[in-house]
Design a protein around this ligand. Sequence first.
Ligand SMILES: O=c1ccn([C@@H]2O[C@H](COP(=O)(O)OP(=O)(O)O[C@H]3O[C@H](CO)[C@@H](O)[C@H](O)[C@H]3O)[C@@H](O)[C@H]2O)c(=O)[nH]1
Length: 348
Amino acid sequence: MTAAATNNQRPIAGSVVAITGGTGSFGSTMARSLLERNVERIHIFSRDEAKQDDMRRRLNDERVRFFLGDVRDESSIVPAMRGVDYVFHAAALKQVPSCEFFPQQAVLTNVNGSHNVIRAASNAGVRSLVCLSTDKAVYPVNAMGMSKALMEKTAQAFARNFSESGMAVSVTRYGNVMYSRGSVIPLFVRQLQDGKPLTLTEPSMTRFLMSLGDSVDLVDHAFTNAAPGDLFIKKAPASTVETLARAVASLFGIDDPDIRVIGIRHGEKMHETLLSREEIVKASDEGEYFRVPLDARSLQYELYFDEGETAISRSEDYTSANTYQLNIEETKELLMRLPEVRQLVGER
Ligand SMILES: O=c1ccn([C@@H]2O[C@H](COP(=O)(O)OP(=O)(O)O[C@H]3O[C@H](CO)[C@@H](O)[C@H](O)[C@H]3O)[C@@H](O)[C@H]2O)c(=O)[nH]1
């Protein structure tokens, strides 16, 4: 067993956890869950002092400490890593359109910034670091996905090149998180409340549907089970955009909503891929999760040419088009698990 794997056995209770991008939706959900589980201390690292202040007041818990800084500046990360056991790296530029117009900014934060976080964490003796990625990093077509794909490679290269580090750096990949800020579900809700038509980009487009609670489960799984360089995916169902829109409308008591088709936006795919066929042939099925181990081959190029992979041509990608497809009723059930939706429906 590696040093990192042994260290990972330490439970969350009693440990110190740092969260980069800690005031965002992922980070704050993670923080709340950790506080419920008797974590000793949480270090929230982020750029925006106003959001930190809001979170400080909201949580009102002395176990939470705030560190102001930017992942682009490694020296600002160092204080947040002192004495830390686990790191959840969620800081990122994640909006598809803004990364499309400013791709160099995506590289600075998502690629260079991630490298800084990994280096600072390893230098501080962290046991396990989980980097948050997205389905858009697989066969990427937009700058956000491309920069996240390079973040994944940066994490894997660290695991491959610094096996003496003692830190297990791993990656978790997500699909669309339901009701996250700026996403389509709150938009549909607003449109329904304002009596406007629902704008659909392309009715048959599909997306994986996951909740923030699923995200906590996946990160926990990675914290305690990851070997250096592992990639984890949680299996998830999907729906078409039209099914999603009709499900949201139906929860508002509207069975035949007004729909306006607006066309695909910049940098969008018809379907998302959580695991490529190249990864699936290496993946192990762990029930609710897939784990893809690090490709630990060294830089001996003959191996890449002499040992071909024959299974790849026989396997299929794991996509939002071939995973389980939810119908309107099932999508409504999933939506009703979200506290935001339950509250809205209860208010009506
Ligand atoms: O007016 C609209 C806006 C969006 N959509 C569609 O709804 C789906 C979801 O869109 P959205 O909620 O904006 O999510 P994505 O653009 O797929 O990206 C989100 O999900 C990613 C994970 O896949 C995250 O990394 C991104 O930060 C997050 O914005 C897509 O098929 C869109 O085409 C519509 O039909 N009508």
